[in-house]
Design a protein around this ligand. Sequence first.
Ligand code: PMP
Length: 457
Amino acid sequence: MDEKTRKARHERLWRADHRHLWHPFTQMSDWLREEPLIVDAAEGSYLVDTLGNRYLDGVSSLWCNVHGHRVPEIDQAIAAQLGRVAHSTLLGLASTASIECAEELARVVPPGLTRVFFSDAGATAVEIALKMAFQHHQLRGDVERTEFVALRGGYHGDTIGAVSLGGIDLFHRIFEPLLFGVHHAPQPYCYRCPLAKAWPECGMACADEVEKIFAARPGKIAALVLEPVMQGADGMIAQPPGYVRRMRELCDRHGALLVCDEVATGFGRTGTLFAVEQEGVLPDILTVAKGITGGYLPLAATVTTERIFESFLGAYEEKRTFFHGHTYAGNPLACAAATASIRLLRERRVVEGLPAKIAALSRALEPAARMAHVGEVRQRGLMVGIELVADRETRAEYAYGLRAGHQVILEARRLGAILRPLGNVVVLLPPLALGAAELEALAGIALASIEKVTARL
Ligand code: PMP
């Protein structure tokens, strides 16, 4: 394509985007004033825009890409599936691709999690977990267990059940009249401890607060739902080690289920295939999505133990059935991609290769510790949040309207990397396939952008 045709095509698409699209989590009046970056193609871990510019995919196309883009093995698996059937239903029928995918998934999740309920987004996986936990207790005659506990700062998706669990005021507060009541426990956020204590002298006082909620509602709590190890969407809030284990013990003591939402942390992001492995924890219900297909197609799964599955068994007329299902649940194309991606994780020994990459990224981020406007760098595996502050001493935050994070990512684009901030937190969440040199380049771009933008804020 010559330069002129390329530019004309870009401009036509730009106009059409501005005329018809409503972008998620985007202030559209800002959007309509700016020229959009239009992704047109990809090569490995680089995205290519309509003007032919290449950018490192620094947030894995919203935390889901694993092996890079256009991976021959995954492309071929989808093409082969297309040659058989693109979609058939799981309601009353089985399908080859969903069976194979469930089998692969069951092999890699923590032992004890055996039953896979498919859906198509992280939010649906969480809705399913909520309803499953609730109905499980009902079916066992524990009918008073109808309440849920979640963490402040938690994010589980944008459907109403998931928003009820959510604890990010900016996203969730306006919907409060629509939500069901959830007990929200203080956020394990050591840099800005809501209890004004310091780790480890605090003895994990935030975990004691969760215990108090349980103790105040004996026999009432159906489940505790949390993002283990790292709360993603609130700004990569890393939990103190042992936190998830404490939560498991607490659930066991009080007869509640533990639901671990690994939609973001799953499939190697935190350095282990699942974050709960680091805490030696087996959840009763695990939710996964994003990286399950290698970041190719929408697929999610709510994975549970035999114990929970068995609560739902009974004679037809007892109506113990789990009356829930989405049209595209277990879509064969998505399942074929997931099976191929999980196999690649195993064949390429991706998780085994992570420690060297994680160390390279940490080293490359070391200069941040001396930067005037970096409050904290939080890293778990290849999930990183760099919290910008107006003042390091007082930890004062940049005003919301300054859009500090946004300005940093615009600068990063000029330097050749796509990032997406969470407020004042600059997020790095690269595909696991990135090599050490690319990780260093990504960290370098992020730090240079932070330096430049914060110098003028
Ligand atoms: N749970 C967690 C922990 C997430 O990070 C997300 C998405 N960022 C979701 C659930 C929702 O996933 P989806 O956007 O696929 O609905």
